[in-house]
Design a protein around this ligand. Structure first.
Ligand code: T5A
Length: 228
């Protein structure tokens, strides 16, 4: 199964992804945690170019094709092999980030971006996308605080330093994408405390499994009862 985590800066995706992976692993599922950009060797080399706040010369289309190059390699080298081996893949950002940031944020045509996403990913779509939604100022405050604490303000701050309007467009873009595909997206109220956010993620996963008539949701419940 392929699950993606999406949302604006500082929405809490990485925190929730790590929790959900731990939760599933404790119940015997084999999980692979990965991210874009930077989930493969090529992406790790591209990440500083894409995210360093001191990168001033990146044209919009150059930025786009670097994200797509990372995705093409990441799918081929990491995601597809893991899915073929039966792992649950949890991926921090994927094709919807391109639609939200380069499409709604930067103003590139979203139909064009969909075609490029399709080409880069070989058509690989997540079964479930958790969209972490919260007010832009709240997300930026969290991301700014984390970057200051971890010394990442310059090395990872290029998107954080975009205007409030840019981030509002990205947020609205994500919500529009979720409305278009309600069966794939689950919206998580990411303004809530972490313990509540992770419960929402778990419920979304269980609801997805139930909707697919998979008995995993019942297994999780049974194991919970055993734990208590
Ligand atoms: N991008 C990416 C594109 O433009 N196009 C693309 O195609 C792709 C793939 C990637 C950037 O690249 C852009 C989008 C991004 O700008 P990144 O650093 O990899 O940048 O982005 P993320 O790892 O997604 O990091 P974010 O900054 O978005 O943060 P997260 O992962 O959403 O948030 P997280 O978990 O790190 O939490 C942030 C802070 O808040 C706290 C955490 O402890 C942490 O300190 N926190 C909470 N605090 C209160 N309540 C909660 N519920 C909290 N949850 C977490």
């Amino acid at each position: 199964m392929f699950i993606t985590f999406e949302g604006i800066e500082g929405a809490g995706k990485t925190t929730a992804l790590n929790y959900l992976a731990g939760f599933l692993q404790r119940r015997g599922y084999d999980c692979l945690c990965t991210r874009e950009p930077g989930g493969c060797t090529l992406g790790r080399n591209l990440r500083p170019i894409l995210l360093d706040a001191r990168t001033r010369t990146l044209a919009g289309r150059a930025e786009l094709f670097l994200f797509l190059a990372d995705r093409a390699q990441h799918v081929a080298e990491v995601i597809r092999p893991a899915l073929e081996a039966g792992q649950i893949v949890l991926c921090d950002r994927y094709t919807d980030s391109t639609l939200a940031y380069q499409g709604y944020g930067r103003g590139l045509d979203t139909d064009y971006l969909r075609r490029l996403n399709e080409a880069a990913s070989g058509g690989l779509q997540p079964q479930l996308t958790l969209l972490f939604d919260l007010p832009v100022r709240c997300g930026l405050m969290r991301a700014g605080e984390r970057n200051r604490t971890e010394g990442l303000t310059f090395s990872e701050g290029r998107f954080d330093s975009e205007s409030l309007d840019f981030h509002e467009r990205v947020r609205l873009g994500y919500r529009a994408l979720a409305e278009e595909e309600p069966e794939r997206f689950a919206i998580v109220d990411a303004a809530q405390p972490p313990e509540d956010v992770v419960l929402q993620c778990r419920s979304a996963l269980e609801a997805h499994w139930r909707s697919q008539d998979l008995n995993e949701a019942d297994m999780l419940e049974e194991q919970d009862n055993d734990d208590n």
